[in-house]
Design a protein around this ligand. Structure first.
Ligand SMILES: Cc1cc2nc3c(=O)[nH]c(=O)nc-3n(C[C@H](O)[C@H](O)[C@H](O)COP(=O)(O)OP(=O)(O)OC[C@H]3O[C@@H](n4cnc5c(N)ncnc54)[C@H](O)[C@@H]3O)c2cc1C
Length: 381
């Protein structure tokens, strides 16, 4: 075998997995089709679960230094304002960060390259798998116009929503919820922000708009809307995006000097699903095996945590005498347990945010309503 582990994809899931395994002494090859520093589609909010993993792999200080810590959550819901502190079991992790992926993924890439057991190939696209006796035994990839191949004890797909490995392996879906919403976002300068860094959400009907301070003094602004409006919205995305923002009563005056300094990015093709995350000689992690509608902004928390759990299982198989089946069924069990509530909540309210926002108002006595709605909300919080 050329390596212990080959990983397709080197962003949040792939990099976390590689760093954890490299630190444990395993020989790792990461094959990544893009070149760092580079961006990917994401509004890039993350919370305590991702921070916990970043702390474990030794990048917390660098990650936290790049963007303002948001310690408050500010929600405008149909005319009401709710402000709450960010909560987390660990006092020192009670904040959110929004960090553009060009910044975050670069920190992770640099950390990977410091680990002597990790080899990273960039501009290298995985094309095919090598099979031996019914087990995945390696990959073939294209790099600089040439085909390469390598073998390993296990091949991992951390290659995201458009996973080549999942396409080749066709793992069965464990759940599937069709596309419910679309999103657009961009980065602004000189948007009149709150005095302290705040995770700001404006809920109006079944729409949500997000204003988050991010790295390099930019402000990330996003909207998420029901998919039924996508065809019309994308005919003139910038005009529709700006006119939605200008319709928000507590934002409009603050847009006076704001300038969009990036492209406007959009997506209207993201369903939610979970699919079988392992088989003979292979595993999937991050978006390659679980995708959630982006409205809840939880993909990074879950991709990093799942990758961390996969590292535990692979290490217990390679180092500590576990069988492949025992180690991987433990991985499967842990990631589903970790994601159960968030996956359910995200997919349920992707269809309609209003039961969630109405219940939040009722709970605080700001709206009369049925107690059943409050219990729905409590179940999915
Ligand atoms: C519009 C939008 C907004 C979002 N906003 C948020 C948010 O605010 N907060 C949040 O937590 N999550 C958000 N997400 C989700 C989040 O971006 C993902 O969950 C997260 O990026 C998953 O990480 P990953 O490492 O699994 O995959 P990715 O980050 O997609 O990385 C996969 C990597 O694999 C590489 N790759 C793919 N195919 C190959 C191949 N054949 N060979 C080699 N390399 C390959 C790609 O180049 C890529 O670098 C959002 C998603 C979208 C679409």
């Amino acid at each position: 075998m050329d390596y212990d582990v080959i990983i397709a994809g080197g962003r949040v899931a792939g990099a976390v997995l590689a760093i954890r395994l490299g630190k444990l002494g395993h020989r790792v090859l990461v094959v990544e089709k893009s070149h760092f520093p580079s961006d990917t589609l994401s509004t890039s909010l993350f919370r305590a679960p991702a921070l916990r993993v970043f702390e474990k792999i030794g990048v917390m200080e660098k990650v936290a230094a790049m963007a303002p810590r948001m310690e408050l959550i500010w929600n405008y819901i149909d005319g009401h304002i709710l402000v709450d502190p960010v909560e987390a079991p660990e006092e020192h992790l009670r904040f959110f960060l929004c960090e553009r992926r060009i910044t975050l993924d670069w920190i992770l890439y640099k950390r990977m390259t410091r680990e002597k057991n990790i080899e990273v190939r960039q501009n290298a696209k995985v094309k095919d798998l090598i099979w031996e006796d019914g087990r995945v035994a390696g990959i073939r990839w294209n790099e600089k116009g040439r085909e390469h191949e390598a073998t390993a004890r296990v091949v991992v797909g951390a290659d995201g929503f458009y996973s080549t490995l999942a396409n080749l392996l066709q793992p069965p879906y464990e759940s599937y919820v069709p596309v419910r919403r679309f999103a657009y976002y961009g980065y602004f300068r000189d948007l009149d922000s709150f005095d302290v860094p705040t995770a700001e959400h404006h809920f109006v009907g079944n729409t949500i708009s997000y204003i988050f301070p991010t790295d390099y003094d930019l402000t990330m602004v996003a909207v998420s809307m029901p998919i039924q409006g996508f065809a019309e919205f994308k005919k003139s995305p910038l005009r529709n995006f700006m006119s939605h923002l200008e319709s928000l009563p507590l934002l409009v005056s603050r847009l006076k000097d704001a300038r969009l300094v990036s492209n406007l990015y959009g997506s209207g093709n993201i369903p939610s699903y979970q699919r079988m995350p392992y088989g003979s000689g292979w595993a999937l992690t991050g978006d390659a095996q679980q995708v959630m509608d982006p409205w809840s902004g939880m993909g990074i928390d879950h991709a990093t945590t799942h990758a961390d759990m996969l590292a535990d299982s692979l290490d217990s198989w390679m180092n500590n005498g576990s069988t492949w089946d025992a180690a991987m069924s433990e991985y499967h069990k842990r990631i589903r347990a970790f994601s159960k509530k968030a996956f359910h909540r995200t997919t349920t309210f992707a269809a309609d945010l209003r039961p969630m926002t109405q219940a939040a108002l009722m709970k605080r006595g700001l709206l009369q309503g049925a107690p059943e709605v409050i219990s729905v909300y409590k179940n999915y919080q």
